[in-house]
Write a protein that binds this ligand. Structure first.
Ligand SMILES: [Mg+2]
Length: 461
């Protein structure tokens, strides 16, 4: 898998977990699965919003807000500048964010200098090793991954110490950094823990070894999951006990308690493992939020760009698509329509739109799903994406919506999905489906051999 798919998966996966878990914060266990016993792919999804703080569906919380502050500092300062990160955190805290950890609020509001505030707080007897420094560390774990094990673990401790004086929290962040580094390179999380433990400070090593061991389960925790140990322990446990991003997130949100943060940490690891294509598009598409004290609204394309910048593409620029031919939507199968980018952008608002290309931003439609489907052969996850897209289309049709599928030219990616849809719903062969689509949508493009192979594979499945 392309490294960039894993990097985007980690950053966007952490924000997805945060937004998905937020409505369930401080609830009892099992509440997510009680409300959503099976995947909710129709108009209403598991990104339900609400909770005690009244989040919008898809809105991220303080976990991601702080992660974005850290990320922008790393990119703009071209490295770790502790004073700058602390200043940004303080400006954010002064803007009165709806959600902020107790310890973080106390340290940022203390009026002490950036390099002593957290240590003073700890010295004064505030010894709770909360998960508030672990929750925001994904951007730094991406940034420092290429620097190697020791460097990334050291950076993790320094960033944690900005707000969390307890070294136990810093050691948790250090292990997280190393696990994410290994996952981004396609490696195994449990093996990464084994290699990280010798570098963990001696006085904290035994406890971290216990919580990160394959035999540990969340019910073995000796603290609530607002503490750093069970947060990381639960994330690793969920990773071990799941095959997909979706399964991992369901497991941890069902644990209850500090669901946004545990799901945020889990989402980073599971997203690095699955890549961005393994994260359901019904969750990524609605991600959004603001950072109190700072300008601007964040959406999915902004997070993709940030992920690229954190991974070394410092000068990556926002994508603004050129105009397409503005192909009028046409019905290709009952209730399923095709268009190109501008045709879809201008289409009736009651369409549920499935976008298979970068759009530069959301359209005005109330339902728009953004799939990650690259039109070349660098996308070995095409089968995963295809299943996700077709399952959502079926659910949206069942909810009575007309579905409009489009990509930039309406040719190759659109053609892949429409043909697979006909194969699935009408039992056609790949050849028959191609002929049917070509008859109703003459813009069909068949140049991508990896798509042809994926379609044949789809037929065999
Ligand atoms: Mg939160």
């Amino acid at each position: 898998m392309d490294r960039q798919h894993r990097v985007a998966g980690a950053l966007i996966g952490s924000a997805v977990g945060d937004a998905l878990g937020a409505p369930f914060e401080f609830g009892p266990d099992g509440r997510f699965s009680a409300r959503f016993p099976s995947p909710a792919r129709g108009v209403a999804t598991e990104m339900c919003g609400g909770g005690t703080l009244g989040w919008e569906p898809g809105e991220f919380t303080d976990d991601t807000q702080m992660a974005l502050l850290l990320a922008e500092s790393l990119v703009e300062r071209n490295g770790l500048d502790g004073a700058d990160v602390f200043d940004r955190f303080r400006r954010w805290a002064e803007a009165d964010p709806p959600d902020i950890g107790l310890q973080t609020r106390a340290v940022l509001g203390s009026c002490l200098p950036w390099d002593t505030a957290a240590a003073e707080h700890f010295r004064a007897g505030n010894r709770s090793a909360g998960n508030g420094s672990l929750m925001r560390n994904t951007p730094a774990a991406i940034w420092f991954a290429r620097a190697g094990r020791e460097a990334t673990m050291d950076a993790a401790r320094r960033i944690s110490a900005l707000t969390h004086g307890d070294p136990a929290a810093g050691e948790g962040c250090a292990i997280f950094h190393e696990v994410l580094r290994v996952l981004l390179a396609g490696g195994d999380a449990d093996a990464a823990v084994v290699d990280a433990l010798p570098l963990v400070a001696a006085e904290h090593r035994e406890k971290w070894a216990r919580v990160c061991a394959p035999s540990w389960r969340p019910q073995d925790a000796t603290e609530g999951n607002g503490a750093v140990w069970p947060t990381l322990g639960s994330a690793l446990w969920a990773l071990r006990n799941s095959a997909t991003f979706e399964e991992a997130l369901r497991l941890v949100i069902d644990l209850g308690g500090d669901t946004d943060t545990v799901a945020c940490v889990t989402g980073a690891l599971a997203g690095a493992r699955s890549g961005i294509a393994g994260i359901p598009m019904r969750w990524t598409s609605v991600l959004h939020g603001r950072v109190p004290g700072f300008e601007g609204r964040w959406e999915l394309p902004d997070l993709h760009l940030l992920a690229r910048r954190l991974d070394g593409h410092r000068s990556a620029q926002p994508y603004a698509p050129p105009t397409s031919h503005d192909l009028e939507p046409a019905e290709v199968a009952p209730g399923v329509w095709a268009a190109d980018l501008d045709g879809a952008r201008r289409s009736d608002r009651d369409f549920a739109v499935v976008s298979l290309c970068r759009t530069g931003g959301r359209f005005g439609h109330d339902v728009q799903r953004l799939a990650y489907l690259v039109d070349d052969d660098t996308n070995p996850e095409v089968a995963t994406v295809l299943d996700d897209v077709l399952d959502d289309m079926a659910a949206l049709r069942a909810d009575g919506r007309r579905v409009l599928v489009h990509c930039f030219g309406g040719a190759s990616r659109t053609g892949l999905v429409l043909r697979a849809w006909l194969m699935r719903t009408e039992g056609l062969s790949a050849q028959e489906a191609t002929e049917r689509v070509a008859a109703r949508w003459p813009h069909l493009g068949l140049w991508n051999d990896s798509f042809t192979a994926a379609l044949e594979e789809f037929g065999r499945r």
